[in-house]
Design a protein around this ligand. Structure first.
Ligand code: NIG
Length: 407
């Protein structure tokens, strides 16, 4: 089955050449993109969709969410808006509600959040454990995460639960808990921050998870300067997320991690030359009243940047990637093209899914090119600029996920 999408006013490919085509068309064949080019040259297909002069982008790649939870934290949010500061300890509230919710309801809640994201143009999504915080609840969170999301991450090291000593809990995270979640996850993460895990504890978690064959990610430098970013680079983590408080040495370390990478061709994948993506989470920054992550400075320094929603009940209860893009343009000084790239290709890079075509077997996400997965987002606007020009307006007109019309 093939579908020709024609009459696209602006096709923002986010491909290796950063091409933006006008009056374009795309052919989707099964799960893949099989052709793109000028509408006038488009081949025939089984069905045709008239884009009506709208803009087409890659679907959003949301590389940082925490969707496996029950309960909400409205009261904590209200207190924050009244002047209180965010404390990592709020995680314990969600842990209590999550432990008291059965598998069926926890799965239903997570699926509802995924559906909400997809309806707004997200076509590839990561989610984490981290509200179980004991072996049984982390394992079932990992199992549910692996069924509802494209990528699942183990975040047993989110908070030391009440009643446990930090060292005792870190032993659990690195031992029996890791063994229990291992079949379900591809990634491991650690919240390296005051009030959560120290540098030494984070180091132990990263080492154990790497030894278990997991790819690494780090929550770092969210509430103050600290060792998170440098630890992430030292361990070759795929991404370090939050990055609000960066010393010059942190920016240098991130930029240095990309020094062997050819940003034009993506050359260096799998060769040890790829670096650590800095993932900015602007919705979280606004909701916690933290300074926005310095996305402009990171890009200028040569760091690869991603934007993600960080959808979770504590610090960022939104799945809107469009909101993140809008904020990145209006307040972080990214261009529209840079912000869309960070929310598509950047997310894919943070998840190691940015390359792969017909030959490789595993198809790239986050960019529109022949052989890549047909993850497409048609805006109800003639250009991607409208994402920032018309803030707050729901602009998703149609979504294809792996070639299947999802909205
Ligand atoms: O990414 N920073 C740590 N984890 C989440 C917040 C978790 C919570 O407060 O529930 C985050 O912001």
């Amino acid at each position: 089955m093939s579908t020709l999408i024609t009459n696209i006013a602006e096709l923002m490919t986010q491909d290796a050449e950063h091409r933006v085509l006008k009056n374009a068309a795309v052919v989707v064949e099964g799960e893949r993109i099989s052709w793109l080019g000028p509408t006038a040259d488009a081949p025939a297909a089984d069905e045709a969709v008239d884009a009506g002069g709208r803009a087409l982008l890659p679907g959003w790649v949301d590389s940082h969410t925490h969707l496996i939870f029950a309960g909400d934290r409205t009261a904590e949010f209200e207190a924050r808006m009244a002047g209180e500061s965010y404390q990592a300890g709020g995680i314990a509230v969600t842990t209590g509600a999550t432990r008291n919710t059965g598998d069926f309801d926890l799965t239903r809640l997570a699926l509802g959040r995924v559906a909400e994201a997809v309806s707004q143009g997200t076509t590839y999504l990561e989610t984490k454990t981290g509200y179980g915080l004991d072996v049984e609840n982390e394992a079932r969170s990992a199992r549910i995460a692996s069924t509802v999301a494209d990528e699942a991450t183990y975040l047993g090291a989110h908070l030391v639960p009440a009643g446990m000593e930090p060292e005792e809990y870190t032993d659990l995270v690195c031992g029996p808990m890791l063994a229990a979640v291992r079949p379900y996850v591809r990634w491991a993460d650690v919240f390296c921050e005051r009030g959560a895990f120290t540098e030494e504890q984070s180091r132990r978690v990263l080492q154990a998870c790497r030894d278990a064959g997991l790819g690494l990610r780090v929550h770092g430098n969210q509430l103050g300067e600290g060792p998170g970013v440098r630890l992430a680079v030292e361990f070759g983590a795929a991404s370090v997320d939050h990055v609000n408080y960066l010393a010059p040495a942190d920016v240098d370390a991130l930029a240095g991690s990309w020094s062997g990478w050819d940003a034009e061709t993506g050359e260096g994948r799998g060769t040890g030359h790829r670096g650590t993506v800095a993932t900015c989470l602007p919705a979280c920054d606004l909701s916690t009243r933290q300074p926005l992550a310095p996305g402009r400075e990171l890009l200028d320094a040569g760091v690869q940047v991603a934007l993600a929603s960080n959808c979770n009940p504590g610090t960022s209860y939104t799945s809107s990637m469009a909101f993140c893009v809008t904020t990145a343009v209006l307040q972080m000084r990214l261009s529209v093209h840079e912000a869309v790239r960070a929310a598509t290709y950047g997310g894919a890079l943070a998840l190691g899914r940015e390359s792969g075509n017909d030959v490789d077997g595993e198809r790239a996400v986050g960019s529109i090119a022949v052989g890549h997965r047909a993850d497409l987002h048609l805006l109800n606007a003639p250009s991607a600029t409208h994402l920032a020009y018309r803030p707050g307006i729901p602009l998703t007109h149609a979504v294809w996920r792996a070639g299947v019309r999802a909205r």
